[in-house]
Ligand binder design. Structure first.
Ligand code: FES
Length: 149
């Protein structure tokens, strides 16, 4: 039995401990905001937080989350009120196709939780592992700056 807290909700699941966390969250729990992109830990589409740290859940066995705290994009807003980072994404019209954006937001949140006033370089370094095929990078940077200004 694997036990963890996901978006504040205690959860216990009888799943293969080697199954990737992304699969368990999407297919077993039914939270599909985190996306499958490369499946190799390279693109960032599957990013969630494990104890507040961004992790690539396509390559993380669910057993690694045992006893831990997971946050997904579904746990970021406060009820109907978007998190300021999500609101900035809306205000700057960041998404194009949108597929990578939950991972982008989770990485941006992790950055801003550690560094409330990141430089352009800090932003680029923190976001470098999140790939966007639509090339929304300039708007992602603008949205992050909108939150800190
Ligand atoms: Fe996990 Fe690409 S789907 S890093």
């Amino acid at each position: 039995m694997i036990k963890f807290e996901i978006n504040g909700k205690p959860t216990a699941l009888d799943v293969d401990p080697n199954a990737p966390l992304l699969w368990v969250v999407r297919e077993v729990i039914g939270l599909t905001g985190s996306k499958f992109g490369c499946g190799m830990g390279l693109c960032g589409a599957c990013t969630m937080h494990l104890n507040g740290e961004p992790v690539r859940t396509c390559v993380l066995p669910v057993s690694a989350a045992n006893g831990q705290r997971i946050t997904t994009i579904e746990g970021v807003a406060d009820g109907e009120t978007l998190h300021p980072v999500q609101q900035a994404w809306v205000d700057e019209n960041v998404p194009q196709c949108g597929y990578c954006q939950s991972g982008q937001i989770m990485s941006a949140l992790a950055l801003l939780e550690k560094n409330t006033n990141p430089s352009d370089k800090d932003i680029q370094a923190a976001m470098a592992g999140n790939i966007c095929r639509c090339g929304t990078y300039p708007r992602i940077e603008k949205a992050i700056k909108r939150v800190i200004n």
